[in-house]
Design a protein around this ligand. Structure first.
Ligand code: KG4
Ligand code: ZN
Length: 346
């Protein structure tokens, strides 16, 4: 049984082919980073148009790499939420068209939940029940995941997502877009203790996050308190590297400590991490140390499965086993409001 999956929620046009094991046969990603870089962020209309131009060639390439034809496809999976609605619509329309024409099931997959599932896919074995941490450009959420299809929200960001904070601080420091990898590079030579930036809710019971105060603290350090002054990015050198390293450390401290609290409070010993920020090496190392201290197993997929991709839609296999199909009037939904659950011990 072959599944074809489609991802167009933001600025990557992606298609994947996997089997029901699930095993990945192809994972093709056409990045639009170059298109958006000159705007300093993703422009929704530009993203949607680029998806339109690229999606069919990307699907063709995925089929070619998997060594199969369209007629071999047994089900079509698509990320239909959350994301930029115009961008999502391109993928959802294509998936519906293919499911209808091939007379195969259509399976809807939540993009955020799929980021957690990417860890299951990479592990090649069951990782549930686990705590799931999704840290991307649009989301920072902690979940209690009793099984591959249940995601109970333990906490989320109340303002900026962690990746968004990386992108905005990179822009303040004049490091370009996307900000995450640029900050990581800059921070490599900086002192993470040079500035003490705020760590919101660190001592708080809640498992929620807030990164907008941190971003503002970096802004004030660079520009001074006078809001009428223009922001001019600092010149390259140790001061800029220290700013990047201290900012990165503040984000890491909060993400790692909240994950530790989530493990303790659910009584679970497995942590699955996904989303673009999970590509950050110092973050991965800090998670590894914490997991060792908590005697927990840590599941972080390799880079290509951390950032946006269609292979993580292999969560569709779990739905397909239970015959959870989507209707052909499936819609693209921009916002995701997961269930908030009181913390239960597993
Ligand atoms: O999951 P993703 O590819 O797309 C979304 O669904 O948002 O995540 C993209 C985000 C961006 O904000 C990017 O700056 C951040 O992940 N990111 C990183 C790194 N690589 C990507 N953040 C920190 N360090 C990195 N190495
Ligand atoms: Zn994502």
């Amino acid at each position: 049984m072959y599944f074809l999956a489609i991802e167009t929620s933001c600025d990557e046009t992606a298609a994947a082919v996997f089997t029901e094991e699930p095993a990945i046969l192809a994972n093709v990603i056409a990045s639009q980073t170059d298109l958006h870089a000159r705007f300093g962020g993703v422009v929704p209309e530009v993203a949607a148009r680029a998806h339109l131009q690229r999606l069919l060639p990307v699907i063709d390439e995925a089929l070619r790499q998997a060594g199969i034809g369209l007629r071999d496809i047994g089900a079509v999976a698509v990320h239909n939420t959350p994301g930029l609605v115009g961008a999502l619509l391109v993928g959802v329309s294509a998936a519906k068209m293919l499911a209808l024409a091939l007379e195969v099931p259509l399976i809807d997959v939540n993009h955020i939940e799929a980021h957690v599932y990417a860890a299951r896919l990479a592990a090649g074995r069951d990782i549930f029940p686990c705590v799931g941490l999704v840290v991307s450009g649009g989301h920072t959420s902690l979940f209690h995941c009793p099984n591959p299809l249940q995601f109970d929200l333990l906490g989320a960001t109340l303002d900026d997502a962690a990746g968004e904070a990386f992108d905005k601080v990179a822009s303040i420091l004049g490091l370009g877009f996307p900000g995450g990898p640029a900050i990581e590079r800059e921070a490599a030579t900086g002192n993470p203790q040079a500035f003490h930036f705020p760590r919101a809710f660190l001592k708080d019971e809640r498992l929620d996050f807030s990164f907008s105060g941190l971003k503002t603290a970096v802004l004030y350090t660079v520009r001074g308190q006078d809001a009428t002054r223009p922001v001019s990015p600092p010149p390259p050198g140790p001061w800029r590297a220290d700013l990047a390293a201290s900012f990165q450390q503040a984000v890491i401290d909060v993400l790692v400590e909240k994950s530790r609290q989530a493990l303790r409070r659910t009584g679970l010993h497995r942590l699955a991490v996904g989303g673009g920020v999970a590509a950050n090496r110092p973050f991965r190392q800090a998670l590894e140390r914490m997991a060792q201290e908590e005697q927990a197993e840590l599941f972080i997929p390799p880079m290509k499965l951390c950032t946006d991709n269609a292979a993580m839609a292999a969560m569709a296999v779990e739905k397909w086993r239970l015959r959870h199909e989507a209707p052909l009037d499936l819609d693209a939904v921009a916002t995701y409001r997961p269930r908030r659950q009181p913390i239960a011990q597993s």
